[in-house]
Design a protein around this ligand. Structure first.
Ligand code: ADP
Ligand code: ZN
Ligand code: ZN
Length: 745
C-alpha cells in the first residue's frame, strides 16, 4: 500500500503530496489523517507528515519510493472529511496544504494526560473504625492517622486524593502501599481530564420560551426532523434571547444523538455565555480557547472524539472539533471580525462552517443583533433562511439613546471629553448607586484627519473611505488613500467650513480614566483594555468585579461591549462614536454601526430602564443615526446601496493581496509583476499596488493590491496563478505573499 503524505513544512514548493510505501506492519495504523515520520530529501532527514490519501498503486518507480518510518499512534487522527475540508480551505482562501491541515487539526500531538491517584477505603466504616483503634493500641500512630484521615472524609465511600494523604495526613508512599497490601484501602488511578470548566458550575434552568423564540425553535425542529439541512440567520435585537434559542436547538440535536459546536468570539468566552451553557448541559459541554494549555486543549479534543462530550464551545478553532456525528454549528455574534483568520490560511469561519456542515448534512445557525452585510444579503438572495426576534426577552426594554453633538460642545466652550449631558447623567447614576459603562471606540485611533468644528473627515474622492495621514519629520504632510493611492496635501483649514481646528484625532483609555478622577473624584473606576487584561483570567476578573458592583464606572475599548449582561448598568456613554468610521476601510460604516448598536444594547438589561449617550462629531451619519435608532434594516438598506454603487462585497468580491519583503523596491516590483498577470482575466478591476495601511512592520515592507471581480472562482484562479508564479520564480525568493478574500487582512 502507498500513502500520499503532506510534509509538515510551510514551504510553498513542497506543498504537494509525496508518495511513500506503507510497510506491512503499519498498514493498520496508517489511516487517512494519521501523522507519520518519514525520511525526507537528499539527506533523508526525519520529518513529520500527514497521510491525506491511500492507494494500491505506485505513482513513481517502486524501487525508489521510500518507506514510512513510523506512524505516530498517539496523535489525533483527523476525520477524513476534515482533510477534504482542509483542501477546500486551501483552494478557497489560499495558503499551503500544510497550513490548512494545521487549521483543521488545531491539536495534533498528544500532550501527556495527567493521571490522578485517589485513595478509597476497602473496608466498611465500622471495620475501619476497629482497625484504627487496633493501630492506636499498637502505638502505630502513622497508620492510625491515615485511617482517621479516611474516616474524616465527608463522603466516606469516595475517599480522597492521594496528595491529600501525603500532605495533610503525613503519609508516605510506602505506608500507603503497605495498607493497600493489607486490604485496608485501595489506591486507584483514574485519568482525569483537565476540565477548564470545573470551578464554574452554576445550574441554570431552561426558560419558558416566548412566542417569537418558540416559532424559531419549531421551524428548526421541523426542518431537522425532516432531514433538511439549512443555513439559518437569527436576526435578534440585543437581549432578545438568542442564546436561549440556541440552547433549545442544541437540546433537540442532542436528543437525536448528534453533536453541536457553538462558536463565540474569543473575547466573550470566559464569562457569562459559557456559564449558561455549562449550567444547562453540565458535563456534556466543553470549551476550547487560546488561553487553555496545550494539555487542556488536547484533552477536550480527545473527549469529543471519544463521544464523552456533545457540545464544544469556542472561537474559530472549535469549528474543527472531531465530532463523529455533528448535527449543528451555531455561530453567535456572526458579524464579529474575529471569525476572520488573520494568519494563513486566512479563512472566514462562517464560510468554513457552512462548508463543513454541507459535507456532513448538518445545519448552521448564525445569530446577531447586527448581522454582517454578507449574511443578511444572503438571506435576501435565499441562500440563508432568515428568522427574527424583534423584542427583548423577559421584561427588559430597549434603552433610550440620545446623541450628543460634540461640535456644539466646542461652540459652548466645553473642552472636556464628556459632553454636558453625559456629565449630568453620570452624576445622577453615581447618586443612585447605579453603574456606568464608558466606551471608547478606539478602532481607527489617530488614523484620520477631521475638523473639530464641523466634523468633516477628509475622504478619498473615488473610494469613499477616510484618507490616511502620512507623517514626515514628525508632521503630517500628505494624506493617502490605500485603495487607489490617491494623494492630497494636508489641508491647513477645513475644506467644508474653513475652521483651523483640523488635525488627527485620538483618545486613550488611560486618558479617560484620569478625566473621570478629575470630574468625579468619588467614583470608583475599573479600566479594561489590552494593558489591564493580560494573563489567563484578566478579562473575567475585571468583569466579575464590576458585576459584583465593586466599581461604579467601567471604562474600556470594544472588548467591553460584547455579550455581557450587567443588571445594574443603567448608563452607557460612548465617547467618540465616529472614530471607527474613519479606518480607511470599505467596512468602516458596518463595523461602526455594529459596535454602536451592541454598545447601546448594554444598557438597561435588568429591571431598571437604560440610557445611552452617544457622543459624535458626525451626528448625521447614517451609521450613527441607525445605531441610535437601533434600526438594523434602515442601516442595511443604505449600506447595501453604497456597496452596490461602489461594487464592494457582498455585491462583488475583493481579493486583497499583500506582498512582503525586507527590500522595498523588491516588494513594489513584485506587486507590479503580479498586477501585470491579471491582464489576461476579464471583468476584473485591479487597484494598486500601494503601501498597505501598515506600510512597514518589523522592517518588512508591505505593498497591497486589491483585485475586484463578481466571480469568486475567477479570483481563486488568480490566486492559484500567483501561487504557482511564486513557486517557480526564484527571483522573488526573498518575498512572500498572502491573500485575504472579501475582508481586511
Ligand atoms: P441575546 O443572546 O439575544 O443577547 P439572551 O439569550 O442573553 O439574549 O437573553 C437576554 C436575557 O433574557 C437573559 O438574561 C436571558 O436569561 C433572558 N431570557 C431569554 N429568554 C427568556 C424567556 N423566554 N423568558 C425570560 N427571560 C428570558
Ligand atoms: Zn470644518
Ligand atoms: Zn481611493
Amino acid at each position: 500500500m502507498f500513502a500520499d503524505i503532506i510534509v509538515d513544512v510551510s514551504v510553498k514548493s513542497l506543498d504537494r503530496p509525496f508518495q511513500y510505501l506503507v510497510p506491512e506492519e503499519m498498514v493498520a495504523d496508517a489511516v487517512i489523517g494519521a501523522s507519520v515520520i518519514i525520511p525526507f530529501g537528499k539527506g533523508n532527514r526525519e520529518m513529520k507528515g500527514y497521510i491525506i490519501g491511500l492507494s494500491g498503486t505506485a505513482k513513481y518507480d517502486i524501487h525508489k519510493t521510500k518507506s514510512i518510518l513510523r506512524v505516530e499512534k498517539q496523535g489525533v487522527v483527523a476525520e477524513s472529511h476534515l482533510l477534504s475540508l482542509a483542501y477546500w480551505i486551501k483552494e478557497n482562501f489560499g495558503g499551503t496544504m500544510n497550513d490548512a491541515i494545521k487549521a483543521v487539526m488545531p491539536v495534533r500531538k498528544e500532550v501527556k494526560e495527567k493521571v490522578a491517584r485517589h485513595i478509597i477505603p476497602a473496608l466498611s466504616r465500622k471495620e475501619m473504625e476497629q482497625k484504627k483503634v487496633y493501630f492506636e493500641q499498637k502505638h502505630n500512630t502513622a497508620r492510625a492517622r491515615i485511617l482517621q484521615g479516611l474516616l474524616e472524609q465527608k463522603d466516606y465511600e469516595k475517599g480522597a486524593p492521594y496528595e491529600t494523604f501525603l500532605h495533610r495526613f503525613k503519609a508516605t508512599a510506602a505506608l500507603l502501599k503497605g495498607l493497600e497490601e493489607k486490604g485496608i484501602l485501595k489506591i486507584v488511578s483514574k485519568q482525569i481530564y483537565r476540565d477548564p470548566l470545573s470551578d464554574n458550575r452554576v445550574v441554570t434552568k431552561a426558560k419558558v420560551l416566548n412566542e417569537e423564540q418558540r416559532t424559531i425553535v419549531e421551524q428548526f425542529i421541523t426542518d431537522f426532523d425532516a432531514g433538511i439541512r439549512k443555513d439559518y440567520l437569527i436576526h435578534g435585537v440585543t437581549g432578545s434571547g438568542k442564546t436561549e434559542v440556541y440552547m433549545n436547538l442544541i437540546d433537540h440535536v442532542l436528543q437525536k444523538g448528534k453533536q453541536a459546536i457553538v462558536l463565540i468570539p474569543e473575547i466573550a468566552l470566559t464569562f457569562q455565555t459559557v456559564q449558561r451553557f455549562y449550567g444547562r448541559f453540565g458535563s456534556k459541554v466543553s470549551i476550547m480557547h487560546s488561553r487553555l494549555s496545550a494539555g487542556e486543549r488536547y484533552d477536550q479534543f480527545v473527549r469529543a472524539k471519544r463521544g464523552e462530550i456533545q457540545i464544544m464551545i469556542g472561537p474559530r478553532s472549535a469549528l474543527f472539533t472531531p465530532f463523529s456525528n455533528l448535527g449543528l454549528i451555531v455561530i453567535d455574534e456572526e458579524h464579529e471580525s474575529s471569525y476572520q483568520s488573520d494568519s494563513p490560511p486566512k479563512y472566514h469561519a462562517r464560510e468554513v462552517a457552512v462548508q463543513r456542515a454541507k459535507m456532513l448534512h448538518a445545519s448552521v445557525v448564525m445569530g446577531s443583533a447586527t448581522p454582517s452585510l454578507e449574511a443578511y444579503y444572503r438571506c435576501q438572495t435565499g441562500e440563508y433562511s432568515l428568522m427574527t426576534l424583534t423584542k427583548r426577552a423577559g421584561n427588559a426594554q430597549m434603552a433610550e439613546v440620545e446623541i450628543a453633538d460634540l461640535r456644539a460642545e466646542l461652540k459652548a466652550r466645553n473642552f472636556s471629553i464628556f459632553s454636558r449631558r453625559l456629565q449630568e447623567e453620570i452624576k445622577v447614576r453615581l447618586q443612585k448607586r447605579e453603574q456606568i459603562i464608558l466606551f471608547i471606540n478606539r478602532r481607527g485611533y489617530a488614523g484620520f484627519v477631521s475638523c473639530r468644528e464641523c466634523g468633516e473627515v477628509i475622504q478619498c474622492d473615488s473610494c469613499s473611505v477616510a484618507m490616511k495621514p502620512h507623517e514626515y519629520k514628525g508632521k503630517v504632510s500628505i494624506l493617502k488613500c490605500h485603495y487607489c493611492g490617491a494623494q492630497k496635501q494636508m489641508p491647513k483649514v477645513c475644506p467644508a467650513c474653513g475652521s483651523k481646528y483640523i488635525g488627527t484625532f485620538g483618545l486613550g483609555t488611560q486618558q479617560v480614566e484620569e478625566m473621570i478622577h478629575k470630574h468625579f473624584p468619588e467614583a470608583r473606576v475599573l479600566r479594561m483594555d489590552a494593558d489591564t487584561t493580560s494573563g489567563k483570567e484578566g478579562h473575567s476578573r475585571i468583569l466579575q468585579q464590576f458585576a459584583q458592583q465593586k466599581a461604579d464606572i467601567l471604562v474600556g475599548t470594544q472588548m467591553i461591549v460584547k455579550g455581557h449582561d450587567f443588571e445594574n448598568v443603567t448608563l452607557v456613554g460612548i465617547l467618540a462614536a465616529d472614530l471607527s468610521l474613519n479606518t480607511g476601510s470599505y467596512r468602516a460604516a458596518e463595523r461602526t454601526f455594529a459596535l454602536l448598536a451592541q454598545a447601546c444594547g448594554r444598557a438597561g438589561r435588568g429591571k431598571k430602564a437604560g440610557k445611552v449617550i452617544l457622543q459624535t462629531y458626525q451626528p448625521d451619519h447614517y451609521s450613527i443615526q441607525c445605531a441610535a435608532a437601533q434600526d438594523y434594516k434602515a442601516f442595511y438598506r443604505q449600506e447595501i446601496a453604497k456597496r452596490q454603487m461602489l461594487q464592494y462585497p457582498p455585491i462583488s468580491n475583493i481579493l486583497e493581496v499583500l506582498v512582503f519583503s525586507e527590500k522595498e523596491e523588491k516588494a513594489a516590483m513584485l506587486a507590479e509583476v503580479l498586477k501585470s498577470k491579471t491582464i489576461s482575466y476579464h471583468d476584473m478591476i485591479v487597484l494598486g499596488p500601494n503601501d498597505a495601511p501598515i506600510a512597514k512592520l518589523r522592517d518588512v515592507y508591505r505593498k497591497i493590491l486589491y483585485i475586484r471581480s463578481k466571480d469568486y472562482q475567477m479570483l481563486c484562479n488568480v490566486k492559484d496563478h500567483f501561487e504557482k508564479f511564486m513557486q517557480t520564480s526564484h527571483m522573488y525568493n526573498d518575498c512572500r505573499i498572502t491573500f485575504t478574500f472579501n475582508n481586511e487582512s
